[in-house]
Design a protein around this ligand. Sequence first.
Ligand SMILES: CC/C=C/CC(=O)SCCNC(=O)CCNC(=O)[C@H](O)C(C)(C)COP(=O)(O)OP(=O)(O)OC[C@H]1O[C@@H](n2cnc3c(N)ncnc32)[C@H](O)[C@@H]1OP(=O)(O)O
Length: 783
Amino acid sequence: MAEYSTYGSVAVLQVNNPPLNTFTRHVLQALVSGLERAQRDPAVRSIVIAGKGPTFPAGADLEELLGTAAAPLLSNLRMVDKHVDTCQKPIVCAIHGTALGGGFELALASHYRLAVPSATLSLPEVHLGMLPGAGGTQRLPRVVGVKSAIQLITSGQDIKAQQALTLGLVDKIVQGDLLKEAVSFARSVEGRPLEDRRISQRTVPDADKVDEVVEATRKTILRKARGAIAPLTCVQAIQASVLPFAAGMAREADLMTYLMTSWQAAAQQYVFFSEREVRQWSHPRDKHINFRTAKPTVIKSVGVVGAGTMGAGITISLLQAGLKVVLLEVNKKQLDKAIAVIQKTLRQKSASQKMSQLTTTMDYSQLSDVDMVIEAVFENLRLKKEVFRKLDVITKPQAVLASNTSGLDIDKIAAATKRPDKVVGTHFFSPANVMRLLENIYGKKTSAETVATVMQLATTIGKVGVLVGNCAGFVGNRMLGPYRSEALFLLEEGVDPQDVDRAIEEFGFPMGPFRMTDLAGNDIGWRRRIEARLTTEHGPPPDTPALYRRGDRYCPLPDMLCLQGRLGQKTGAGCMMLQEAKDDLTENIYIRFRTDGSVFDLRRLLAHTKTLEELILDLLFADDCALLAHTEAALMSHHAPSMCNRYDPGSRTALPDPVVLQMIQDYRQEHGFKKRTISSQEIVERCLYSLINEGFHVLDEGIASRALDIDVIYLFGYGWPRHTGGPMYYVERVIGLEKLLRSLETYSARYPNHSHLQPSPLLRDMVAKGGSLAALGTTDSKL
Ligand SMILES: CC/C=C/CC(=O)SCCNC(=O)CCNC(=O)[C@H](O)C(C)(C)COP(=O)(O)OP(=O)(O)OC[C@H]1O[C@@H](n2cnc3c(N)ncnc32)[C@H](O)[C@@H]1OP(=O)(O)O
């Protein structure tokens, strides 16, 4: 637990609790015993504390912290730190690996800190809904000042050794043998006065500015916290660091108790474990196929087909993980653009050497030797099948073929090949090199080995891989459907898009549904609806009521907006006038390609296409096509209209657009909707409960095998607020399943034609029988 040895006058205490040397009560007790022994021994004149194996202690043991032992664990840690702080013999911490949370706090309580260049220090408690409750909020500001302490503690960010040295958090960076250096350093400081080495005895350097600093940062922290209570509570504790040390510690302890007993801390700790537990996948159809039994194929080289935004992002992720990549794109200009983006991103990350691992090509035969291909072409089933047909012929027989589809049928794609067992979905999220989620989709014939391979790939490239079944939209996008529909129905009834966005953002999402659509592109859904023949212009049967499709309520507002050229932020500055183009095609209508800025006459393009509809499908949705405008002058002068908002040139701030508001008003009038006032609570409940209700369907059908898989998908792919634990956790632990059921019953009685508000049979069953999502596999055992 804590190994004791002596090197002459130096006692060395090495924490030994593999793999991360986390603090359990026993480890802490062993440390106290070791410290007492060293203090008692007259031959010992200094002490070194270090971690055995790969790291300095990475903080409190979370398994123990989440159980009944939390309070004794914390008080033991405070006791150790007090022993260390007040010790009459100098204590040197020798830091390597990750000194996190309680580990870093122990280092701050010590008199000297040495670190190897690769060491990382941080106080990440805020991510667990807590604060550094063993003196971290009191000692850190005494070294770096209140301002920096607020920044470091409320972000929980990593501090690399060199930065720690600059900040005064470590005294020396050690290049050679850390333990040897620490022992000799300890020897060199023996007998020196210790008073000025005790951080607890120092004053906060910017104490006179504390109120000013807190005031200046409060607004930013509140905005970033999006409803999480931990960040502001951390600030309150840091504020107390200007008090005498004992008073500050007492305040820290009170605030820590408040946070540790909050539902948000429990939710965030659930997130921590769920993020790791998704790796322990099992195949819903056959539990014997799982992460233990299935062996992944070793992937060293990957082909990426399609160099659009997604393809480039995927390529960057693969290169950063050290894999060889062959990027194929049939459009030379697009390929050049992608290469520039990849180069720029890698350069920013100081990883330019990774470019040597990249081959770019327009020739499919270059993919003959790769271990795996990820297809990232345009979201069109016909096109994807075509690509897979080619890949099946060109690639080696054992190569895995993955599609980065966001919702198309994996089985249909697999059927285009003679190796459906090697075909799988790998749904990346945009920007693919940033977003952590990788939704992996198995088809009917996908082999266990292929599943294991893509789950392993997720880990290799630093993503959180979640295994799900095959259905339209898979888990994430399928659940988003009802959420979006309900948001649109709310517009019909009287709220403005900004009201919906505000309510959802106040709940904690970074973006409401309309701003999100603006960012992602309104055309993505439009294209899907056109292909499904749902839009008015593209073919519902003549007798279909205007606001219904296939028996379900349908809101055509987004289609109407698309027809006005409101495709989202990507349309840039300009306005697409398709409707007018259809009626009266003049010579002045152009399409501009963003890739190279070239402008084409729409009439000439249409001459090569049978219908305008075909043009929309084949061309206008292409990634590189930016906008249409009546004239270049109009193009220059126009604000960038997005789906529901207006964006001033160069800005991403969504502003209400009077044109859209008028359009919605006309629409309400035309269809006989009577505008009413709708509360934020109703907005949040209708949007989120319909999404969660779909989650129950997804579980019921075995598309997701555990509630935690859904939570992780939403947390890492859709910006669901982390402090609430994810949609399924939130509804079970915070709202309550019974309340969800009652609310859905109330809303579905009011809106019998909104099918997604009808409570799912699984939810009804659970409420009736007192079942829980935990029984379906959440991480309850760890809570
Ligand atoms: C006493 C009161 C309060 C004190 C304050 C604290 O100290 S709070 C805790 C502060 N520490 C942390 O938050 C550290 C959390 N851990 C990490 O950030 C990472 O695990 C790591 C240390 C950076 C290592 O990352 P890596 O990617 O190498 O490994 P994993 O994350 O996959 O972890 C490996 C397994 O270890 C489990 N684990 C990690 N940290 C803890 C922990 N603090 N307590 C218990 N278990 C921990 C993790 O769950 C993994 O387990 P598996 O079973 O393998 O999934």
